[in-house]
Design a binder for this molecule. Structure first.
Ligand code: ANZ
Ligand code: ZN
Length: 825
């Protein structure tokens, strides 16, 4: 046995194994022959920086540990990696660096790949996907054509969000609180002719299917809210002239409300400034000039800007017009205001300032009547537990439920019930609306797949024939966005001029490219089929590997990528091109890594460059430290000092193996207590790894190690193999090295994950007598090591004792640890 007392030298052994694994293509799964396929997917990165920082690697490593665990469980784990290299992210990076994206992105993906290999993650590199590869985006364009043929891709002129800094339109999902998701600039509204994908056809299904998939709860909630199904009533208010009735008998306005229960509290009506009725009532409106000015002003603002909660509300009353509340026949004023959107519901609302915060703010500003119609009766009614006394002057809207007041014959009814009752009484139509809008897909940018459409004067809009795909992205030296509503491709004459596929006459190509999110909406389907030429994916391989078993990625994609990819998958299913309709059986959103309480960012100057830490501590230590911070879904807070403890742990594992080797040959003595600890450790680690609580899995291993170090070496010897297998997903290099040094057969990564013996993990139980006033009344069975507090709780929860107490608080509870409980009443 050589090198017996060598110290733990992570750099040396990690280099050795990395080299070997790279040479052997060690982690490549056999795509065709795998018997127990398991698709472990991690969101592929945007190469929008020179390299990955530690926060990026955090998630990749977390995903890999899951994959390695499943491998030890006997699965053929497919863990592919690729690059989402088209799109604004990469292009903005190229603009900043003043380098052409074609050059820059090649360089940065090379660096990303090098870093990802360094982590020891077990990627199947033969199946690398790069969305900028014509062999890939040919199929992205093909996908667009399938959507077009199915009537789900259409072009229309519409008010759309425009980022003045990125110089392109954006999808609704890319506007976060009125700002561009990429660059944080305030978004403007422009009226432009654009390509949309009809995701709204799938609203109901996108919502319903959420019940069938095992995803992080917060991701499902975000999707549910974004789809925004709302059930309400369409209610008619007739319009009257303020000075004398019946002249305008034919006009009415319809409002959409989710709260018909508040109808008696509707003290005015608001139309969107763009509402068609405004123009129709022109003759009757006495302050028309003021109204027109306001309409012009509100047109210029973005949707998000208009609906921001903290925005000062503005509006103009339509002088000379009144609306009649259908239930109490009350005449109320009619306003226009930009917080009501033309595109949602009916573009008009009944305003209930007492119970809707936006209306409340508006009514206060313009001195409109506020009438409370619901009174909270229990603390459960009110989400913010603020009770309001009617007519005493509200300080904010009360949005909870309760009992009806000021509502005629509905007084005293529960507001929940009044919803339908008043909705019906008002002769409203029950209606369902969704907040989800169609997906705006065109971008006035360079770095993306050209949208494969041709415009011909004679034939109109003609799709590029499939056999002519890909429409290659031409080289454009000045690739920067133009700031007009055209992409830089519009300046390339050879690109734009084309023969019409139908009439062969002169025609023009579409010059916008499609958004990155279309590239990533199907990439998971390509992985098993990389290299296949004549079709986007191979049927048999797809059947074998898909849908994805486990997907891990950022919560920031909840309503972007994760919504789009579900839509595209359902569409492909309906086209009979795949036979599942949900892409990812399981999805877990990882948390974010911060550093000493602050977000890791370049501007803060607190970037943690992985390479430096890998060189200083070794990859295994960095992997373990990252996972030791907290459960993967919670994210973690990186502190430089913390890493030492984990490093010491690996050093102690190393030392233990060394010593056990000296003791090698001595007979192994079974120690029952240690046996128990081993099985408990296996159970803890297994359960924690399964729910991505890697931190507590590591603690369990640390405790186990302590026990082994404190035991006799010849006893520990039989346990070391188990410890190494449990540790292998976390620290793949050191465990492999030690496995070899122990002269064990094969590789630690090809072993079987140990099972625990349920008999050995059961703790001893004891029976404890419970007295009431000194008299034996019951006996309960509890764990032998139960704490006094827990024992007291268990005693008081006993049915017999509860009956005897009859709801009364005991005067005193005396607990004799592990032996007796006496309740004094
Ligand atoms: C009266 C009312 C009283 C309302 C109350 C709420 C609370 P969701 O759930 O998002 O669908 N609304 C309807 N159309 C609108 C539009 N075009 N622009 C802005 N707001 C609009 O919201 C539906 C509610 O949003 C509706 O119910 C309406 O206000 C408002 F105590 O009607 B509600
Ligand atoms: Zn932008």
């Amino acid at each position: 046995m050589k090198n017996i007392m060598e110290n733990y030298n992570p750099l040396k052994i990690e280099k050795k194994w990395a080299k070997k694994w790279d040479k052997e293509n060690r982690w490549q799964v056999d795509i065709n022959k795998a018997k127990k396929p398991y698709f472990n997917l991690m969101m592929f990165p945007y190469p929008s920086a020179e390299g990955l920082h530690i926060g990026n690697l955090y998630a990749f490593i977390g995903s890999d540990i899951h994959g390695r665990y499943m491998r030890l469980r006997g699965y053929d784990v497919f863990e592919p990696m690729g690059f989402d290299a088209f799109g604004i992210h990469s292009e903005n990076f190229a603009i900043r660096e003043n380098t052409h994206p074609r050059e820059l992105i090649k360089k940065s993906t090379d660096n990303f790949r090098r870093q990802l290999k360094q982590t020891g993650n077990m990627y199947s590199w033969d199946q690398e996907v790069n969305t900028t590869d014509p062999a890939y985006y040919k199929w992205t364009q093909w996908l667009f054509l399938q959507l077009y043929k199915a009537g789900l891709a259409y072009r229309k002129e519409a008010p759309v969000s425009w980022c003045p800094s990125c110089k392109t339109v954006l999808a609704n999902e890319q506007v976060i609180a009125g700002k561009c998701e990429r660059c944080d600039s305030l978004v403007e509204t422009k009226k432009l002719k654009q390509w949309f994908l009809k995701i709204t056809d799938y609203s109901e299904r996108l919502l319903e299917n959420l019940k069938t998939i095992d995803w992080s709860e917060r991701t499902k909630i975000a999707q549910t809210n974004w789809i925004g199904k709302s059930q309400g009533y369409r209610i008619r208010f007739s319009i009257e002239s303020a000075n004398g009735k019946s002249q305008m008998a034919n006009h009415f306005v319809e409002v959409f409300t989710t709260r018909p229960d508040t109808l008696y509290g509707a003290t005015y009506v608001v139309l969107a400034p763009e509402h068609e009725l405004v123009e129709k009532l022109k003759e009757r409106i006495e302050n028309w000039e003021e109204v027109v000015l306001y309409i012009e002003k509100s047109k210029k603002q973005g949707v998000a800007e208009r609906t921001r909660d903290d925005k000062e509300k503005t509006g103009v009353a339509l002088e000379g017009i009144r609306a009649v509340n259908p239930v109490n026949k009350e005449e109320v004023p009619v306003w226009i205001a930009d917080y009501v959107l033309a595109e949602y519901g009916t573009g008009a609302i009944m305003a209930v300032p007492a119970h809707d915060q936006r209306d409340f703010a508006f009514a206060q500003k313009y001195n409109l009547q506020i009438r409370q119609v619901i009174e909270p009766v229990s603390s459960e009614d009110s989400p913010n537990s603020k009770f309001k006394i009617p007519n005493s002057g509200l300080t904010e809207a009360y949005e909870g439920g309760g009992v009806m007041i000021n509502s005629g014959k509905f007084d005293g009814m529960k507001s929940e019930e009044a919803r339908e009752a008043i909705g019906e009484y008002a002769e409203g139509d029950s209606e369902t609306h969704f907040h989800l809008r169609d997906w705006l897909i065109s971008r006035q940018r360079y770095w993306g797949p050209p949208i494969p459409m041709i415009y011909c004067d004679k034939c109109g809009t003609v799709p590029v024939p499939e056999e002519d795909l890909p429409v290659e992205l031409p080289h454009v030296e000045d690739f920067k966005p133009t700031g007009t509503d055209k992409s830089p491709l519009a300046t390339v004459e050879e690109f734009v001029k084309v023969k019409c596929p139908q009439c062969k006459g002169d025609a023009q190509r579409e010059t916008d490219v499609s958004d990155t999110f279309l590239d990533s909406a199907w990439y998971y389907l390509r992985y098993p089929s990389v290299g296949i030429d004549g079709e986007p994916w191979d049927r048999a391989l797809t059947k074998k590997w898909l849908p994805v078993d486990m997907y891990i990625g950022g919560q920031e994609h909840a309503v972007l990528h994760l919504m789009y990819v579900r839509f595209i998958t359902m569409f492909l299913h309906d086209q009979k091109l795949i036979d599942f309709e949900e892409p990812f059986k399981k999805f877990r959103a990882h948390g974010l890594l911060i550093k000493e309480g602050a977000k890791i960012s370049k501007s803060r100057g607190n970037i943690v460059v992985p390479d430096e830490y890998f060189d200083a501590w070794g990859v295994d230590t960095v992997r373990m430290y990252l996972m030791f911070l907290s459960p993967l879904e919670d994210g973690g807070d990186w502190h430089d000092e913390g890493i030492r403890g984990v490093h010491r742990f690996l050093g102690r594992v190393w030392g233990l193996v060394q010593k056990s080797q000296i003791a090698n040959g001595e007979s192994q003595i079974a120690d029952e207590n240690l046996q128990r600890i081993k099985h408990k450790t296996i159970k803890r680690v297994t359960e924690d790894v399964e729910r991505l609580h890697y931190n507590t899995a590591i603690s369990a291993m640390m405790e186990y190690l302590n026990e082994l170090v404190n035991s006799k070496w010849q006893i520990a010897n039989g346990h070391i193999q188990t410890l190494l297998i449990l540790l292998a997903p976390f620290a793949p290099h050191i465990t492999e090295e030690l496995w070899e040094r122990l002269d064990e057969k094969g590789s630690v990564h090809d072993q079987q994950w140990p099972d625990f013996d349920p008999k050995l993990i059961i703790d001893e139980k004891i029976e404890v007598p419970i007295q009431v006033n000194g008299k034996l009344r019951a006996k309960i069975e509890v764990e032998a090591d139960i704490s006094e507090k827990e024992l007291e709780k268990a005693a008081l929860a006993n049915e017999k004792i509860k009956k005897l107490l009859d709801g009364k608080e005991p005067k005193k509870v005396i607990v004799v640890s592990g032996r007796l409980v006496n309740v004094v009443v």
